[in-house]
Design a protein. Structure first.
Length: 236
């Protein structure tokens, strides 16, 4: 599998999505990035920490053996040195978000102030989907129903997609291609599929504050598993 590093100014958060309960928790089932002018990742229970020793220790929570083979967890996608993305890291200088004990952070949301005021998006969020049926989307924090707005709405689509949430939002993922399956929110307190392991999102980012006006709201989402790898895993 080959992931693409965006060629735009930093203020970018990367994320890995784990799409099943009781799986390998390698968080490489969907790997995507999101960033932009005034965009802020909000959390109350975690800290950004420097790159750990990659492997299978389980610390932090995403640093586990992958069912896809050796050196495939999301850490190798972000930092490089493994089999993910041909060994090239998407953001090798980024820190990872975890609790002080290395656990998942269950309360991640996003807020921003765009050129037209709070919540506005002047440039779209782009996603590039390589295959599979996992969905990624957003929900408004102000919506009491937390209705998911799927970005790649049919699943398995390829190409670029855009959205304007219009306010503070969270992220949501689904493994059923829009026809059921498990749904996971970046806030575990929002109704979704329950998993005692914790959040199904892993986040990475730079703690360096970029200069205002040097960024556009932009994201790319790429599958952390190719269809071939998923079929191989299912056949085992």
């Amino acid at each position: 599998m080959l992931l693409i590093t965006p060629t735009w100014a930093d203020n970018v958060y990367y994320a890995g999505f784990e799409d099943s309960v009781g799986g390998d928790y390698d968080y490489n089932d969907l790997v995507f990035s999101i960033g932009g002018t005034g965009l802020t990742l909000n959390h109350t229970t975690g800290t950004f920490q420097p790159e750990p020793t990659l492997g299978t220790s389980g610390t932090p929570f995403w640093n586990r053996a992958s069912g896809d083979g050796p050196l495939f967890n999301v850490g190798y996608c972000i930092y490089g040195g493994g089999n993910c993305n041909g060994g090239t890291g998407l953001a090798p200088t980024d820190d990872y978000l975890a609790t002080v004990t290395g656990g998942p952070v269950n309360d991640v949301t996003f807020s921003f102030t765009g050129p037209a005021g709070p919540g506005s998006v002047d440039s779209p969020v782009f996603l590039h989907i390589a295959g599979d049926t996992d969905l990624v989307g957003w929900y408004l924090l102000s919506d009491p129903t937390h209705t998911p707005h799927w970005i790649n709405s049919a699943g398995g689509q390829t190409g670029d997609f855009s959205f304007d949430p219009g306010g503070a939002f969270g992220l949501v993922g689904n493994n059923g291609g829009g026809t059921g399956g498990d749904t996971f929110y970046s806030q575990n307190g929002v109704a979704g599929t329950d998993d005692t392991f914790g959040s199904h999102f892993a986040f990475f980012g730079s703690v360096t504050v970029p200069e205002p006006g040097s960024m556009i709201l932009f994201g790319t989402a790429l599958l952390g598993l190719s269809v071939m790898l998923r079929r191989r895993k299912n056949a085992q």
